[in-house]
Design a binder for this molecule. Structure first.
Ligand code: GDP
Ligand code: MG
Length: 289
């Protein structure tokens, strides 16, 4: 069998999480039109008769401006170093920018595939120009144009990946899709609903912590979670008039959580303020980042 770790890396918003979900045919990683939605390493396993690809979705590569961004970059770097193969993602609309070139030089591995994503958004001429430039600048022969959103050429990319993986035994149970506990995905679902419900400020100031997750025989699971924000004004926004906003977030999240864990759930959400948690190392650790 061909088995190995594959890091999906690239600038924020190029479609890394969308690609992971497309590869697995299920929504494992949260996707949003806002950059930097993915904060932690998300591991997704693609099992086949003759392969096991362990994908690592990573936070976007970005020159860090504050403590949380530095932490995010470190998480991405660790995944890239662990991997047997690097998938370096670009966006077909933007092409290869100077910062991509810098990241490429820094992170390039012995085995690297450049993926040009979102080709559904550009003409063939633009795409051909992008490919030629990528080839010229990176010297990389493995270039795959795809659309993670429509699924176009995703299977060709999968075959290309498998060919590059070392022969060996699977690392994980061939039945499993991920190594993270349910709790992690539950907090990610809640975070996703916050991303969907607010503009730019609130989501980036939010961390979700699961305080309690109880499975109960013959009764609904009980999940208690805290939504941490940075300011009292943000707390007021998340709660909304008469608690309506929080209630809406809770019921959207509950529905997705029930789909994921296939059990009925009682979800209780609390909103609390912790000033400037994104800038403090200790707070980041406590909030599980
Ligand atoms: P990440 O930050 O790299 O993980 O990017 P996401 O996967 O969260 O995607 C960012 C945005 O790009 C989302 O709005 C996606 O729906 C969109 N997107 C991802 N892949 C494609 C694609 O192939 N075509 C188009 N048109 N949009 C895409
Ligand atoms: Mg992402």
């Amino acid at each position: 069998m061909n088995c190995g770790y594959v890091a999906i890396a690239g600038k924020p918003n190029v479609g890394k999480s969308t690609l992971l979900n497309a590869m697995l045919g299920t929504k494992l990683s949260i996707v949003s039109p806002k950059p930097q939605t993915t904060r932690q390493r998300v591991l997704g396993i693609d099992n086949g008769a003759e392969h096991q690809i362990v994908f690592l979705d990573t936070p976007g590569l970005l020159a860090p401006k504050y403590a949380m961004q530095a932490k995010l970059l470190q998480i991405a770097e660790t995944s890239i170093k662990e991997a047997d193969l690097l998938l370096f993602l670009l966006d077909a609309v933007d092409g290869l920018k100077d910062e991509d070139e810098a990241f490429f030089k820094t992170y390039r591995r012995k085995r690297t595939i450049v993926v040009i994503n979102k080709i559904d958004l550009v003409t063939k001429e633009v795409l051909l120009t992008q490919i030629a430039r990528v080839h010229q600048v990176t010297g990389c022969d493995e270039i795959y144009p795809i659309s993670a959103l429509t699924g176009f050429a995703v299977d060709e990319l999968r075959q290309g990946i498998i060919k590059q993986l070392p022969e060996g035994q699977p690392f994980y149970d061939p039945e499993s899709l991920t190594d993270q506990p349910e709790q992690f995905f539950v907090s990610e679902i809640i975070r996703e609903k916050i991303f969907e419900s607010f503009g730019a400020e609130v989501p980036y100031s939010t961390a979700v912590v699961i305080d309690d997750f109880k499975e109960q025989e013959g009764r609904k699971d009980v999940i208690r979670a805290t939504i941490w924000v940075e300011k009292p004004s943000q707390k007021a926004m998340v709660i909304g008039t008469g608690g309506r906003k929080l209630k809406a977030i809770g019921s959207m999240a509950r529905r997705d959580i029930e789909k994921l864990i296939e059990r009925p759930v009682y979800l209780e959400l609390w909103v609390k303020v912790r000033e400037k948690w994104r800038s403090k190392e200790g707070d980041l650790r406590e909030l599980g980042l």
